[in-house]
Structures are given as structure tokens and as C-alpha cells.
Design a protein around this ligand. Structure first.
Ligand code: DOR
Ligand code: ZN
Length: 420
């Protein structure tokens, strides 16, 4: 196993130092086979994504576990949680084990499968949560993401079920009766464009209900892609009461607004939709305060024919793995400890991924990424490693470049390029 000396690296923005990676861990000094000139580069613990759509099995034309893993490594990630809305749905031990095995074979990031809450994501019958939890995939998070577990009795049962093994229900908060036919955020812009709106209250009402259910049951709730200022207030109150709830925000909800829908370019169609400037400001503040615990990408690759069509027929979603850190850097600035916390430490802790999100000190597993904060990059969709091209940042200049990523001491990215 090749050893590496990262010469003059700054760990989390601290003073320059030398870091040696040997035998999969961060070593206590000594010689190395290869030297990387890391002057001006910042080392972060490898990023951990709680919300990635890898599309395999079923939509390998949009992404595979391997192509998505490569995109993740290039984005600085060492672990991703794979969402369950595949085809077939990841609602059995068999499917989650398949995804987990494909992740191991690709060997570019640790792929932790998420299991569905309900059979076929249909929202009527609980899936085999226990069988998925005790499978080789060791599922800890369950989600019907893409759909809301709207039935309160089913949501209660799911929370009760996972309590036994301290599992988590990750909710896609969307009251479906309030979003029928919705095309974008309900507000001034939707009125102007004449498009059916997705009101903020459809998200807020479900979060309010679910924090009460989680409090009643005493189990863990995670809220996917929080998008409104009102949701932040519901979460703030719940956390103040001690409810076991965590929440994520996506890079796109931290940067983009519903004004972009005026272009009618479906690349900006996403669920939940892009909201207003006031929502964006509230989400940023909540991320800094810790009311929102983590940034998660909701990387949602879609094939060309599903995206390059009329707005109303386009699938919602954006790719995000390769631009997440640059977007967060542009939003938060070089607050490295905060970034490491929200993109690595806390997500690793939530899902219980040992070896990820730890300190970069001697003896720790060498899961880390090296960033050049002084570099700027114009996003070119044709350069993405993802099999899909639906990035909302095409032509945008973003700060920061991922120079290298190491998974257990083995480089997955060197010189900004995937190693395999
Ligand atoms: O925009 C989205 N795309 N939101 C979701 O909840 C699902 C996702 C997908 O699977 O494409
Ligand atoms: Zn999603």
C-alpha cells in the first residue's frame, strides 16, 4: 500500500503541517513513498452525504452505483447514503444488500443503503424494516424519499418499529393533498407565471406533525431537504423541547431561488421546489445555528429525456455531488470547522458511520479530502463524472477545487482526477 506525505497541509484551516498517510491510517510522522505538495491546500475529514440517489438498480441510464460513487469521490466524499427509490424499490434485505455490494465493488466511497419505509414507497404497508436492519447492509435510516409517509398511523408505527434498534425515519415532508399538480413554490413568482404552487405550509405541517409523533414515541426523526423559513421555526421549537429530530438542507436550497423558474428551464425543477430569498436566508442562518444539522446533496441524476422537455413533464431533481462543497464554500465562506461539522462530522454521527467524520490525528482512519480554496471553476456539465448532466450551475463560477480524496488511505482522487 503506497504511503503519502501531505507536505505543508492545513488541517481545517490551521497552521501548515506535514501529514503522513500509511496503511490506511494517519501515521505519527515518518517517511512516505509519495509526496504531495499540499501548500495552500486544506484537509477536511472525508465528506458524508446523507441523501444521494444512485439510481441502481433500475435506472442505470441515469446513474449507477459506480458512476455516482466516482462523482462523490470527486466531490470530496468518502461515504454516501443511497436513497431507496430505485426500481425495484430498496424495500427488502435483498435489494439493500445488492446496493451495498455494488458499493463495495466500486470501492470509491462507502455506500450505506437507506431502506424504504413502506412497500414499494406506496405509503400503505410497512416494509421489512427489521430484515433490512439485520442484513449485511446494516440499514439504519429508512425513507420513502420522493414521497411523504403521509398516513399518520403508518408514520407512528414506523417510528415505533425502529426505536428498538435506534433507527431513524427520514421524512420527505410534503402533505400530498396540498401539493396536487404543483410545479413550483407557491408565491408571487408562481402567480406571475401561472404555474400551480407548492405551498410552504405543505412541508411545515408534516414536520410539525412528525416532531410531535417522534416526541410521543421517543424515537429518532430526520427531516430531508428542509426548504422553508417556517420549517426552521418548527424545528427550532422541537429541538428546544428536546425532541430527537435532525434536519438537512441541500446546497441548492442554500443558494438558488424560485425566480429561476421564470426561465422555464426544467434544470431548476426540484422537489421541494426552490423557495424565496427570505427562505434562503433563514436556511443559511439555521445551518450556522445548528437548527439544521447537516448539508445533504439530494443528488438526483436524471436522463436527458426526463429533464430536457416541457417544465410540467420534467422530473424534479438536480445532480449535486460534484458541486456541493464549492456551493457551500460560496455560501459560508472559509469556515472550515463549520463546514467539516455540517458536511462530515455530524452526518457521520447521525448515520453511525464509524471511521468517517473523525479528527485528522495520528491513528485515525485516513478518510479525508484535500481542497484548494483559492481555485475557481466554471461548472461545465460535460466534465461531470455523474452519468447525468442536470446541474443548475452550468456556466457558473464556483470557488474551491477538490484536489485529492482518500478512502482508508487509498486515493480515489488525485490531482483533481478520479484514480479509477
Ligand atoms: O427533486 C427530487 N428528486 N426530490 C425528491 O424528493 C426525489 C428526487 C429524485 O429521486 O429524483
Ligand atoms: Zn431525494
Amino acid at each position: 500500500m503506497t504511503s503519502y506525505l501531505l507536505k505543508g497541509v492545513s488541517v481545517l484551516g490551521g497552521a501548515k503541517q506535514d501529514l503522513v498517510i500509511r496503511d490506511g491510517i494517519i501515521a505519527d510522522g515518518g517517511k512516505a513513498d509519495e509526496t504531495i505538495d499540499a501548500d495552500g491546500l486544506v484537509a477536511l475529514p472525508g465528506l458524508v452525504d446523507l441523501h444521494t440517489h444512485l439510481r441502481e438498480p433500475g435506472r442505470e441510464d441515469a446513474e449507477t452505483v459506480e458512476t455516482g460513487s466516482r462523482a462523490a469521490a470527486l466531490g470530496g466524499y468518502t461515504a454516501v447514503c443511497a436513497m431507496a427509490n430505485t426500481s425495484p424499490v430498496a424495500d427488502t434485505a435483498g435489494v439493500v444488500e445488492q446496493v451495498w455490494r455494488l458499493g463495495r465493488e466500486a470501492g470509491l466511497v462507502d455506500v450505506q443503503p437507506i431502506g424504504a419505509v413502506t412497500v414499494g414507497l406506496a405509503g400503505t404497508q410497512l416494509a421489512e424494516l427489521g430484515a433490512m436492519a439485520t442484513s449485511a447492509a446494516n440499514v439504519r435510516i429508512f425513507s420513502d424519499d420522493g414521497f411523504c409517509v403521509a398516513d399518520p398511523r403508518l408514520m407512528r408505527r414506523a417510528l415505533e418499529y425502529v426505536k428498538a434498534f435506534d433507527g431513524i425515519i427520514a421524512q420527505h415532508a410534503e402533505e400530498p393533498r396540498l401539493t396536487e399538480g404543483a410545479q413550483m413554490h407557491e408565491g408571487e413568482v408562481s402567480t406571475r407565471l401561472g404555474l400551480t404552487g407548492w405551498p410552504a405550509v405543505a412541508e411545515e405541517a408534516i414536520i410539525a406533525r412528525d416532531v410531535l409523533l417522534a416526541e410521543h414515541v421517543g424515537s429518532r426523526l430526520h427531516v430531508c431537504h428542509v426548504s422553508t423559513a417556517g420549517s426552521v421555526e418548527v424545528l427550532r421549537q422541537a429541538k428546544a423541547r428536546g425532541v430527537r429530530v435532525t434536519a438537512e438542507v441541500t446546497p441548492h436550497h442554500l443558494l438558488l431561488t424560485d425566480e429561476l423558474a421564470a426561465s422555464y428551464d426544467p434544470v431548476f425543477k426540484v422537489n421541494p421546489p426552490l423557495r424565496t430569498r427570505a427562505d434562503v436566508e433563514a436556511l443559511r442562518q439555521a445551518l450556522v445555528d445548528g437548527v439544521i444539522d447537516v448539508v445533504a446533496t439530494d443528488h438526483a441524476p436524471h436522463a436527458v429525456q426526463d429533464k430536457e422537455c416541457e417544465w410540467a413533464y420534467a422530473r424534479p431533481g438536480m445532480v449535486g455531488l460534484e458541486t456541493a462543497l464549492p456551493v457551500v464554500l460560496s455560501v459560508l465562506g472559509e469556515r472550515w470547522d463549520l463546514i467539516a461539522d455540517r458536511m462530515s462530522r455530524t452526518p457521520a454521527k447521525i448515520v453511525g458511520l464509524d471511521g468517517h467524520g473523525g479528527e485528522l490525528t495520528a491513528g485515525s482512519p485516513a478518510n479525508l479530502t484535500l481542497v484548494d480554496p483559492s481555485a475557481r471553476r466554471v461548472v461545465d456539465p460535460s466534465e461531470l463524472a455523474s452519468r447525468s448532466r442536470n446541474t443548475p450551475y452550468a456556466g457558473t463560477t464556483l470557488p474551491g477545487r477538490i484536489v485529492a480524496t482518500f478512502l482508508r488511505g487509498v486515493p480515489t482522487v488525485l490531482d483533481g482526477k478520479a484514480v479509477k
